[in-house]
Design a protein around this ligand. Structure first.
Ligand code: KIV
Ligand code: ZN
Length: 527
């Protein structure tokens, strides 16, 4: 019997900490449901003490996701552990994941106050006590407690073993060894795991987990090396998103174990056919584009360009492919949907893509589908994903675009007329601007009589489906009253996509004035 590797997905916690990632609560819940279909063992849903939005996301996911254990992060501080428990308590199975910085750099930086001790040795003792106390307290709330000595990759090995032993004595059942800064080399990291196994007296009472960052591009290699040495849980994210250069990528670890099962004697419970849909969903909701040559899920991962490769591939697929696209859920033979497609066909394709809709939601999606089918001859999977990502589908927005007319040309002043539906009126205005998009934004502001301060910080446009009638996605970052809002709009027309993105940001602001972009103001927390 091969050993099982526990897959701990931290896309919604560490992945969400990726610069530029933007996830709303509904999107997090949708991703959690998809992770459950992917059959991950643990979903780390967030860091509840860090903001109201994080707390609510963990609470919602706990109450609505079946299957995986739901975990939440907490510093080794009682109020963090309590908040994590409060957010998790409705989950069928939950885990409190508490951590404390253990490298000298972390200890001297995070615990610089003399109340933690006057020198490194005293501070080290305090950190051990805080960690053990946090685990003891968490144990009164659940049996399933994980502890992470943060920056373990750069932590003195003897001290690392000492703190691990103390938290296992306090009841920790999972010991996670994070290479927080992506500093270690694969063989070195593997040796660290062997040393921990050798030196920590009670290590058999806990599962060893690893959590690798990708600062030197070694996160997956380090995770696999740790597995060779005895780690039986890996923490990873979809598409490898996460702080800075990201975390170990789930799909790369899982497919390494799967494709090379002649080399590894380990299994995971991952339903690999759900990998591609999950990757797409995470990319769309976070706004983080997957590079084309990314292993497993990049657009080019199964594309053969050169004549020699194409010839070889056509004669025998295995000449240039070590796994089939179907094994990760890439549907090569696409079902073509179009204006003659019925609700049933669309709903069943959406369900294959991971979207389960109520009848009411389906009615909205279907009318949007028909609108789109009038403009595009063929509707592909990516188009459906965009329809689902269109925030207007799932939410009752305050502002909706009703009409747009733009006048632009080489010798004309760009002019836009917009008509916007608000919950109780229809507002129309025109404005000129330096360009058509600026004219639209000005007209909207005027139509809605917005008196708050709005500054455009960043504007990006990209094509997200193929063909001449491809969808364009506009991602904008706006400061509204000094809070940052990141929003997206998609359309076959770039100006319309820009308007939708702008309205999306305004809707976020209206819907949630205390949004998560006010992150860490209320409680200043650093991870
Ligand atoms: O990278 C890290 O050390 C972390 C811990 C909180 C597990 O994310
Ligand atoms: Zn991390």
């Amino acid at each position: 019997m091969s050993d099982k590797i526990v897959i701990f997905d931290t896309t919604l916690r560490d992945g969400e900490q990726a610069p530029g990632s933007s996830l709303e609560i509904e999107e997090k819940v949708e991703i959690a449901k998809q992770l459950s279909k992917l059959n991950v063992d643990v979903i780390e849903a967030g860091f509840p003490v860090s903001s109201k939005a994080q707390f609510e996301a963990v609470e919602r996911i706990s109450g609505s996701t079946d299957g995986p254990i739901i975990a939440a992060l907490a510093r080794s501080i009682p109020k963090d552990v309590k908040k994590a428990y409060e957010a998790l308590k409705n989950a069928n199975n939950y885990r409190i994941h508490t951590f404390a910085g253990t490298s000298d750099i972390h200890i001297m930086g995070k615990f610089s106050d003399t109340k933690y001790g006057i020198n490194l040795n005293e501070k080290r003792e305090t950190v051990i006590k805080m960690a053990a106390d946090a685990v003891t307290y968490a144990k009164t709330l659940t049996d399933d407690v994980e502890f992470s000595p943060e920056d373990a990759g750069r932590t003195d090995i003897n001290y690392l073993c000492e703190i691990i032993e103390a938290v296992i004595d306090a009841g920790a059942t999972v010991i996670n060894v994070p290479d927080t800064t992506g500093y270690t080399m694969p063989l070195e990291f593997g040796e660290k795991i062997l040393l921990i196994k050798k030196k920590v007296r009670n290590i058999r009472k806990a599962i060893i987990s690893v959590h690798c960052h990708n600062d030197l591009g070694l996160a997956v290699a380090n995770s696999l090396s740790a597995i060779s040495s005895g780690a039986r849980q890996v923490e990873c994210t979809i598409n490898g998103i996460g702080e800075r250069a990201g975390n170990a990528s789930l799909e790369e670890i899982v497919m390494s174990l799967n494709v090379r099962n002649d080399y590894w004697d380990f299994d995971t419970d991952i339903v690999t056919k759900e990998i591609y849909n999950t990757s797409k969903m995470v990319s769309k909701h976070t706004g983080m584009i997957v590079q084309a040559n990314k292993a497993i899920v990049g657009d080019n991962a199964f594309a053969h360009e050169s004549g020699i490769h194409q010839d070889g591939f056509l004669k025998n697929r295995e000449t240039y492919e070590i796994m089939t696209p179907e094994s990760v859920g890439l549907n090569k033979s696409k079902i073509i949907l179009g204006r003659h497609s019925g609700r049933h066909g669309i709903q069943s394709r959406l369900s294959e893509l991971g979207y389960e809709l109520t009848n009411k939601e389906m009615n909205k999606v279907y009318s949007k589908f028909l609108e789109l089918a009038d403009k595009k001859k063929e509707i592909f999977d990516d188009d459906l994903r965009i329809l689902m990502g269109d925030r207007n589908v799932n939410k009752n927005n305050s502002y909706e675009l009703d009409y747009l007319h733009v006048n632009n040309g080489t010798n004309t002043i760009p002019t836009a007329t917009v008509r916007i539906k608000t919950p109780d009126s229809i507002e129309q205005e025109s404005a000129t601007g330096d360009g058509p998009v600026a004219a639209c934004f000005k007209a909207i502001k005027r139509a809605l009589k917005l008196d708050y301060d709005i500054k455009l910080h960043d504007y990006k446009v990209r094509s997200i489906t193929s063909g001449k009638d491809a969808f364009g996605e506009v991602i904008i970052r706006l400061f509204i009253n000094d809070s940052l809002y990141i929003s997206k709009g998609t359309s076959t027309d770039t100006i319309k996509a820009s308007v939708k993105a702008y309205l999306d940001a305004l809707n976020q602001y209206e819907n949630d004035k205390n949004s998560r972009y006010l992150l860490f103001i209320e409680e200043s927390v650093n991870v």
